[in-house]
Design a protein. Structure first.
Length: 410
């Protein structure tokens, strides 16, 4: 079926385009600009803005969570610890009622290392041993490593198991209230990152402190899945990240939650509450609250300093499951909250929108999405208003398309 979206303000993932018409043919974008083809289904976007589908570059997800994300216009989630690896997601790839997904599988960490400290005693994240993950895929590989040799050996196993990128946990537990947590040492991290890059894999690091960030960057990491929150930035650490070429997914919404800031204000917005179940509302109104001594203003200043230094900033949330002890976050909704935080930090609305569209697509090698251009996937979000001048308008959802299919038709 051919569909034409007319009279739209079009943000193409980089800038506001001159065109006001976008034509969808099958699963892709057939044309940007020009007249709508005869017989096309018409969507009149007058008063609205058409955006590429949003990308959340840091999640832990499931099929129900992917469905929730799509309702908020998030058409791709990038899993940073979980089971949705290449062999486990065939049921997701062809399902246009849920967001698409890519995954690191499980991150390389020592036994007892992060994220084990986050969960109550007896709680096991992920499927139980010996179970079959959703979709009939493989049981996840748990790459526990304490030596360079172990980390190097796990990299090809993760690739074989379908990881799309390789994640490394660099965390001593100090921010989570568990100082002294087992952590990858420098030699093990360096060896693992080098092996992953030798095999052509993108590498990302979980690092919440300046020193962990320094370790990851000096190891040659491609991207940081968090922003340090233990101290204000310095010119030295900003310069180190900028010179390395690494991207940063600040996850400001997560940092705020770690400091005890709940998502109650977001939950009070009827554009959000109307789309969330009670468990998700309870989770959004809660918080992690592991680092109440943190300074959110310092985090926002670090985001701006990195952006001004030319570092690629990507939107991510670290949202996971509807559990109050993982609170302050909700799939889909928190992407819009993160966009608001980026603008509060000093990015323009257009710069923030790039951080949720073309920039994560480019940095994660997703060349078929993140922009509105002929030949790309028709992953699209139509909102009322103009989020290129008022970022809050991203929540004014009018329609969502995933591979050219409107959500209500999926």
């Amino acid at each position: 079926m051919t569909e034409a979206i007319i009279n739209a303000r079009v943000f193409d993932g980089r800038d506001v385009a001159d065109a006001t018409t976008v034509v969808i043919e099958g699963t892709g974008i057939a044309a940007v600009g020009g007249a709508p083809p005869a017989g096309a289904r018409i969507t009149d976007a007058a008063g609205g803005t058409l955006l590429p589908g949003l990308i959340d570059a840091h999640v832990h997800t499931s099929v129900p969570s992917l469905a929730l994300a799509l309702r908020f216009g998030v058409t791709t989630e990038l899993e940073m610890q979980g089971t949705n690896t290449r062999h486990n997601r065939s049921h997701i790839t062809e399902d246009d009622s849920v967001a698409d997904v890519r995954s690191s599988g499980f991150g390389i960490t020592p036994p007892g290392g992060h994220p084990s400290e986050l969960f109550p005693e007896g709680f096991r994240p992920g499927p139980p041993p010996g179970s079959t993950p959703p979709g009939g895929g493989r049981e996840p590989l748990m790459p526990f490593s304490t030596t360079p040799e172990e980390a190097v050996a796990f990299v090809p196993k993760l690739i074989e198991d379908g990881s799309d990128y390789i994640k490394f946990m660099v965390d001593d537990g100090s921010v989570e209230g568990h100082p002294g947590l087992p952590m990858l040492d420098r030699a093990t991290l360096n060896a693992g990152v080098a092996e992953a890059r030798r095999r052509g894999m993108l590498t990302v690091a979980h690092a919440l402190t300046v020193e962990a960030t320094r370790m990851a960057v000096e190891a040659g990491i491609d991207g940081l899945a968090h922003l340090f929150m233990d101290r204000p930035h310095t010119d030295e650490i900003v310069g180190l990240i900028a010179r390395s070429g690494a991207f940063v997914v600040p996850c400001v919404v997560l940092d705020a939650s770690m400091m005890g800031v709940t998502g109650a204000a977001l939950a009070d917005d009827p554009r959000v509450s109307s789309r969330l179940s009670d468990p998700w509302m309870q989770t959004l109104r809660s918080s992690f609250n592991h680092y109440p001594q943190g300074d959110l203003a310092a985090v926002l200043a670090s985001v701006k300093a990195l952006h001004d230094a030319g570092v690629d900033i990507l939107v991510g949330t670290d949202v996971s499951a509807p559990l109050p002890f993982l609170g302050g976050l909700a799939h889909g909704a928190s992407v819009h909250h993160e966009l608001q935080y980026l603008v509060e930090a000093g990015l323009t609305p257009v710069e923030a929108l790039r951080a949720a569209t073309s920039t994560p697509a480019r940095r994660f090698g997703l060349g078929d999405r993140g922009r509105i251009a002929p030949g790309l996937r028709a992953d699209l979000l139509l909102v009322h208003g103009d989020p290129t001048t008022d970022i809050g308008d991203t929540l004014n959802t009018r329609a969502v398309w995933r591979r050219g299919k409107r959500l209500e038709d999926a």
